[in-house]
Design a protein around this ligand. Structure first.
Ligand code: NAD
Length: 264
């Protein structure tokens, strides 16, 4: 159970896993600040949550914007107790074919964004607080065509450990979650590739994809006193998929393209 009455910032909170987390924590009596690249959606989501919320536009890759976000929330709502970074994007492509721009965009949002989250959280949050970074199954399990995303998320896992060491003297805990395939707007494109989600599920012992609520419950657990002795940890949350293998998305997309060309 998360601790009621906390002030929580959720970056990337307007959609998917972040939005499910915002709803769960607000429902448990927390003040929830939704920060997102899509400022309109952040504002709409905050209105949906009702009292004790606010929506802010922020680009997690922009240091000045992140500094302003944390300073504004601290000024408006007092000490920040918990920070969750759910901002993420993915640009699939084999390493040989991936553009430098797509590599940089993915690493910037997923890894540099996590760095700026921890950095500015450290400057403004209260001692004894908790930071949760959303990494990924792909931070520990490789996938063909996932080079930028896998590398960035692996970086998030190491960042979690270093940050946990550095912030432990202040009692600030830093942990990560590693979701497997979860149905959200981020993964909608994958659901359009024939057989791709089915192959993921075949390689998932519990036999299903995840829901945003599955992940939100684990994030809430990590923000709570129930995990008061946990830091520098990453929780695998993927139906057991880390014990098997990741689908080959490049082959699946090639099959789909060949089929659509054949029938054209
Ligand atoms: N959905 C999955 O299968 C899955 C699996 C493992 C990890 N994850 C990770 O979970 C996190 C949440 O993903 P999701 O599936 O809920 O996706 P989503 O697309 O539903 O939500 C991501 C949110 O991040 C925001 N965002 C994107 N770029 C941003 C930026 N530069 N600054 C601020 N906000 C930005 C988007 O506007 C969006 O609201 C991501 O870090 C993602 O990599 C997702």
């Amino acid at each position: 159970m998360s601790t009621p009455g906390q002030t929580t910032i959720i970056i990337g909170g307007a959609s998917g896993i972040g939005w499910a987390t915002a709803q769960l924590l607000a429902g448990r009596g927390n003040t929830v600040i939704i920060a997102d690249l899509d400022g309109t959606a952040a504002g709409t989501r905050a209105t949906e949550l009702g009292a004790n919320t606010a929506g802010h536009q922020v680009d997690v890759t922009d240091e000045q914007a992140m500094r302003t976000l944390f300073d504004t929330v601290a000024a408006d709502h007092g000490p920040i107790d918990t920070v969750v970074d759910c901002a993420g994007i993915s640009h699939p492509g084999t390493i040989a074919d991936l553009s430098l721009a797509d590599w940089k965009a993915t690493v910037d949002v997923c890894l540099t964004g996590a760095f700026l989250t921890v950095k500015h959280a450290a400057h403004t949050m209260r001692d004894g607080g908790s930071i949760v970074l959303v990494a990924s199954l792909n931070g520990r399990q490789p996938g063909v065509g996932m080079g930028a995303y896998c590398s960035a998320k692996a970086g998030v896992l190491m960042l979690t450990e270093v940050a946990a060491m550095e912030l432990a003297p202040r009692g600030i805990r830093v942990n990560a979650v590693n979701p497997g395939f979860v149905h959200t707007p981020l993964t909608h494109g994958a659901t359009l590739v024939p057989g791709l989600v089915e192959e993921y599920i075949e390689n998932t012992p519990l036999g299903r994809a995840g829901t945003p609520a599955d992940v939100a419950r684990t994030i809430a657990f990590l923000t709570s006193g129930d995990t008061g002795w946990m830091t520098g940890a990453a929780i695998d949350l993927n139906g057991g998929a880390h014990t098997m293998r990741y689908p080959n998305i490049v082959e699946r997309v090639a099959d789909m393209t060949a089929t659509s060309t054949d029938t054209a």
